[in-house]
Design a protein around this ligand. Sequence first.
Ligand code: PEP
Ligand code: MN
Length: 362
Amino acid sequence: MEPVALELKHISNIVRKRPLIIAGPCSAETETQVIETAQLLAQTGQVDLLRAGIWKPRTRPGSFEGIGAEGLAWLQQAKAATGLPTCIEIANSAQVDQALKANIDVLWIGARSTVNPFSVQDIADALRGVDIPVFIKNPIHPDIELWTGAVERVAQAGIGTIGLIHRGFAAYGNTAFRNAPMWHLAIEMKRRHEGLPFINDPSHICGRRDTLQTIAQKAIDLDYDGLMIEVHPRPDEAWSDAAQQLTPDALSTLLSQIVWRKEGCNNTAFHEALEKLRHSIDGLDDEIIQLLGQRMKLAEEIAAYKKIHGITILQTARWNSILARMKQEGIKLGLNDSFIQHFLDAVHMESITHQTEVFNRK
Ligand code: PEP
Ligand code: MN
């Protein structure tokens, strides 16, 4: 399919600053909470945009689904009190209209909306003729075509400033993350849309406070243009996403501890390019290790069945067919035959070790 030609006019001043720091509560809860958060964030002098969820897309009903339009006035008050521009999630045309009436400065499309072209088109139609920056979060599942499609729909509606927010992807099975970063997909999206502000949301990637620093640093090292981080004056009491929110003080500490990429070019272009490539390689290696871990878990499950049915660990025919198939795939990817042999031998030996452990269990 032919890519849609994007007519992005300019990067609006409001989101041009680098690094762009967007912070605020997951959800607007009360007038006091919104204004208190805004004031504490403004005092840090490190925050550029105040975020708050007004309508919350929740996985299951019964959770707090957002305070609704009532909260828009609190954001207006917070802006008047602090000068911080405001930023909210919108998921349909009615919400776009209400946000625009309330003079919200920046909108974002959430991960649960980006997955649905009907929703994105509905939002895009409501934005036609409007001049407001729109950030688009990655879709929940790892599909950058869908993410790109959302950029195209919003751009076709005439929005001149579009930014991207990488909030991680749902991955089946437990990982260290609430949403797996899958850095290689984000990097590919960034490459495709060079020039669009590219923001990392470590809060929804980590789902917990203690790993935010590492992920935020990694994003900055990967040349992201900024961060969106959830902040609440009393995080443990938050009505949504309590485990991942920081106090304004903790945000300030996190931002101070980040090693920011130098703007000036003391390093040669070569060094910068090398750094980026190495980070991409680290990201892929992390994923390879995660996948190998998952593969061994499956081998253990298989071993349990083999044990019950009195079948040997080594199944030569099966092993031959895996090797043949992977060698064929490897050739297509430019991978050397003997590399595949060595690599799979090592994987196979590790799998046998895991299976033997299962067999030996009393
Ligand atoms: C949020 O930012 O609070 C939110 C709901 O995020 P996401 O769309 O990434 O889940
Ligand atoms: Mn949240």
